[in-house]
Design a protein around this ligand. Structure first.
Ligand code: PLP
Length: 380
């Protein structure tokens, strides 16, 4: 992008010329509490004075407190910490393989969806069902297969008794903000029982209340075996985690897997604050109000500009606006008007504003966005 950022402030970024830009994608769903959040800064300072890193040989308060919060509020009984989303998925790949091999030496296949995104390390990029991310790095991880997202027949023909795990995004973020169908999830559960494979839900983008629920899978009444998280958990500090169900808590043993920085005290201290806050009733109520406002406003714009907006989809504060070939032009025109937009899948404007954004700021977004669409219409 053609400007130099000097600093961030809430839902805005400010450049070296002191121009203010409304940030509608928050570092791709990382800065969910906005930029330079005062409470987060306080926590960082307080924790840094006590210690930044202690190593995973030593139990420490921030790591234990965050793990407790995650365990008490989810299906999980254990938490593994790492530093990013891709690493959380690597941990899940290793756990799944070890789980499968303990049952049968051929139970090593991992399946994931075409058009998914699970990260860029060699294992995770193999699961990422988009060749543009992996073609240059062949050969990749063996025994990985892809099914077509939301296609039950494709799913059925991809899994077997040799499948040890299925990785799934509830809403494909990079793939264009596309949600999984309820019937598809039901089939996943049925097949996992039949073939005894693990269900691994990748909530790296959707987790920690991005979609309104603490986790996007909750809407489907599903109990996953593993969930991977990262992005917003550290409020901008790098952290990832794998949530592990009770039946799997002794699959990976000490020495099987690890990471030096995982469970870093600073990131965990912030994580505890973030998780505690998003779970509060007040935060959830406000988030719902913002969701309703944004969803209604976007749908009004869709009615007003039917030639530009094909579809609006999403929930919580994660929306995709399908604008076909107009996407890049809209993004650059918005930038001229000090509005930062993200385009994914070439045709979709993906909105991932800070969850702490105010209704007034969302209104500001709608006003600028409407102006951009209006100017585009005038041109055509
Ligand atoms: C659904 C999903 N999984 C995994 C990843 C990889 O996370 P990271 O970039 O932190 O490695 C991302 C990143 O965009 C993601 O959206």
């Amino acid at each position: 992008m053609d400007f130099d950022i000097l600093r961030g402030e809430g839902a805005y970024l400010i450049d070296t010329k002191n121009e203010k830009y409304l940030d509608m994608f928050s570092g791709i769903a990382v800065n969910n509490f906005g930029h330079a959040n005062k409470q987060i800064l306080k926590i960082i300072e307080k924790q840094a004075l006590k210690g930044i890193h202690f190593s995973n040989y030593i139990a420490h308060e921030p790591a234990v407190n965050l793990a407790r919060l995650l365990v008490e509020n989810t299906f999980a009984s254990k938490v593994f910490y790492c530093n990013s989303g891709t690493e959380a998925n690597e941990a899940a790949i290793k756990l799944s393989r070890k789980y499968g091999k303990a049952i049968d030496e051929n139970k090593i296949e991992i399946v994931s969806a075409v058009n998914s995104f699970h990260g860029r390390t060699c294992g995770a990029v193999t699961l990422t069902g988009q060749e543009k991310y992996s073609n240059a790095f062949m050969p990749l991880l063996p025994a990985v297969k892809h099914f077509i997202f939301n296609d039950i027949e494709s799913l059925k023909s991809t899994v077997s008794d040799n499948t040890c795990a299925l990785f799934l995004e509830i809403i494909q973020g990079e793939g264009g903000v596309i949600e999984v169908d309820r019937e598809f999830v039901q089939e996943v559960v049925k097949l996992s029982e039949q073939h005894k494979f693990l269900i691994v839900i990748d909530e790296i983008q959707t987790g920690i209340s991005r979609t309104g629920d603490f986790f996007a899978y909750e809407k489907f009444g599903l109990t996953p075996d593993l969930v991977t998280i990262a992005k917003s958990l550290g409020g901008g500090l790098p952290i990832g985690a794998m949530l592990v169900s009770q039946k799997l808590e002794n699959v990976l043993l000490p020495g099987d897997h690890g990471t030096t920085f995982g469970g870093n005290a600073l990131a965990c201290a912030v994580g505890e604050y973030i998780v505690g806050t998003v779970l509060s009733k007040e935060f959830r109520t406000e988030l719902k109000e913002k969701e309703i406002y944004l969803s209604e406003s976007l749908n009004k714009l869709k009615m007003k500009f039917p030639k530009i907006i094909n579809l609006v989809r999403g929930r919580g504060l994660m929306f995709g606006i399908d604008v076909g070939d107009y996407a890049e032009e809209i993004k650059s025109r918005a930038l001229e008007q000090k509005l930062l937009l993200n385009v994914t899948s070439s045709t979709v404007i993906r909105l991932l504003p800070a969850l702490t954004i105010t209704i007034d700021e969302l209104n500001e977004f709608i006003i600028i966005f409407e102006r951009v669409l209006g100017a585009l219409c005038g041109k055509k």
